[in-house]
Each structure stands twice: as structure tokens, then as C-alpha cells.
Design a protein around this ligand. Sequence first.
Ligand code: NAD
Ligand code: ZN
Length: 346
Amino acid sequence: MKAVQYRSVGAAPEVVEIPDPEPGPGQVVVQVTAAGLCHSDLTLMHLPAERLEFPLPMTLGHEGVGTVAALGAGTTGVTIGDSVAVYGPWGCGLCAACAAGRENYCPHAGRLGIRSPGLGAPGALAQFLLVDDVRHLVPFDGLDPVAAVSLTDAGLTPYHAVKWALPALVPGSTAVVIGVGGLGHVAIQLLRALTPARVVALDVNDDKLALAGAVGAHEALVSDESAPAAIRALTGGLGAEAVFDFVGVAATGRIAVASAAAQARVLNVGLGGGAMPMGFMLVPPGMSAYAPYWGTRGDLIEVIALARAGALSVRTETYTLDGAPLAYERLRAGKVTGRAVVLPNC
Ligand code: NAD
Ligand code: ZN
């Protein structure tokens, strides 16, 4: 089959021919209809060799949907031809976190060598994807694969983040979204669907600010050192009750905390390598900070249900598997509006 692989440290991704996966006992092979590209893939391909925690080459792609194509011995619960979305943060399946569906916080996965597809295990940027267990599949029938594949990360991650901030987002509150990319433009829609908060979006790119308004942000502001004062002006001097940083560089961490109200919930979602200040006199009184990772299995089921209800629209541009390296270049250059989605079997 054809696959897009990261083959050596620092090299560009390549389209290669590799053997089709064979499902072992309990496993499932999914024929991939759509796979989304995430900025985290670029971060991973930037890591120096000593920080890469798995061997190369590796097939990329941690957002995937498709149809069940083959079942390993004894696999039950799905049937050939079923339309499924893949839950990506794989845990051990046995600990308390996994039992609660919080496989994204399984404390044993790393030690046991359990890796997520596209983040150590073979990923979804291929014609076929090996899924280790039926519990990592969610029914996906009736949804458009292109429009909905990114619910598995660009939907799931902000959904998990917004749920944590919900208690702060009462009527009259303000939520700030920093970075209106794949995740951020879904976060704005989630905030509008799930809360009465006023939504203020920040970005450095005019196209992304226009997208913010198109998907429901009440205000769209340039992300620079003047942004916290603008947010205070919009909130009677108080600041925002929740701030979501989907960039995670030092500058956005400073903006996030400087824009926050007393008792705000502030989230560092982006992997930009920056740090947020934390400590008395450095942050507003009562502020909580959270660095969420992906989302729970239950969150994925819920965000798919929200999409089925028509509350979410992921903006996409589509590519063939051969076009995936170009799509990654466009993502790196900030030229993708919404999410780049690859159709591996077209
Ligand atoms: P993306 O490339 O689609 O979007 C990034 C956006 O940030 C772009 O619109 C860009 O213009 C904007 N931006 C860049 N610098 C900015 C600045 N200084 N201020 C405001 N906006 C700025 O990326 P994505 O795929 O949406 O991912 C967003 C981030 O979230 C990445 O760092 C990614 O690695 C991370 N991520 C984290 C998790 C998690 O579980 N924590 C999951 C998925 C992605
Ligand atoms: Zn991702």
C-alpha cells in the first residue's frame, strides 16, 4: 500500500510503498477514507534525534476515519464495511485512567511502549491503518469523512479543553481563543455551541482572523502585546474568564495570562515550546492553568454527536496521498485555512 512516512530526522515526509498491515488477534484493519494533518506532526518532525521517543521510519497521521476492512482472530464488536472514526490516544486499557475513558492520560502507555497512530505507531496517512483494539473505534456512519475526520483531534482536543473551562463560562463571561488554525476554529464553534460566553479570537494572520468571524467569534484581534489591553477594554477592565492558547509560544503564554480575569481558567494547548508564568503576583488571583492532552473516549463520542446535530463545520482543503508533502509545506507556511485533509484511497 501507499503511505506517507517520516523516514529520517529532519527530512521532509515521503510517499512510499509498504506492505499492507495484517491484523493480529483482537485487532482491526481500517481502509482509510480521510486523514487530517495536524501542526503537532510538524513539531514532531522538528524534534532532535535525542528527543524522538520511537524509531523511524514511521507512517504519519493521527486523525483518521474509514471502513473496517479486516478483522484479526477473535475480534468482535465491528463488522467488515462499518464506518468508524479512530480514537488516537491509546492507553493500556486496564488502569483506572483508561477504565474512566481517559486513555489520553494513561500513566503506563509510555513505559509499555504503547504509542498512538502517527505518533509512534503506524498512522492514518496510508491506504490502511492497523487499530490495536475495537475500543479505539467510534461509529461514524452518516458523517462526511472529509468534513468530520478532524473531529478526532482538531475537534476532540478543543472539546476536552472547553469542557474543563465550562464552569467559568457563565452568562456575561468572555472566552479568548489564541490561534485560529485547525484546532482554534473548531474551539470557537464549540464555545458558541456550548456556552453563552462572548468569544474573542486572536491570530497573526488576516485570513485566520476573517475565519474566526465566519465561524462565530464576536471579536477578532491581532495577537500582539496590545491584545491584553484590548481584551480588558472589552470586559470592563476585568479580563477573560477563560483563555485557550492554541499556539503555546512564550509570547502567547504572556498574552494568555495578561488577558485573564481573577479565577480564570487558562489553558496551554499549543506545543510551541513556550511557558506560561505561574505564581503569586504573576497571575490573577485564583487563576487555574491546565495543559490538556487530546481528549477522552467519551469526549470523542460527544463531539461526534455534536457534529451530527449540525453544530460544527470544519473548514477543509483536500489532497491525495501524493499531495500530502505539499499539504505539510502549506501548513508549515501558515497557508492552510482550517484543516488539510488527505484522501488516501482516491
Ligand atoms: P495550525 O497550524 O492549524 O494553527 C495555528 C494557528 O496559530 C494559525 O492560525 C497561526 O496563524 C496562529 N498563530 C501563530 N502564531 C501566533 C501568535 N503568536 N498568536 C496568535 N496566533 C498565532 O495548528 P493546529 O493543528 O490547530 O495546532 C495548534 C497547536 O495545538 C499546535 O501547537 C499543535 O501542536 C497543538 N496541539 C496540541 C494538542 C494537545 O493535545 N495539547 C493536540 C493537537 C494539537
Ligand atoms: Zn494533533
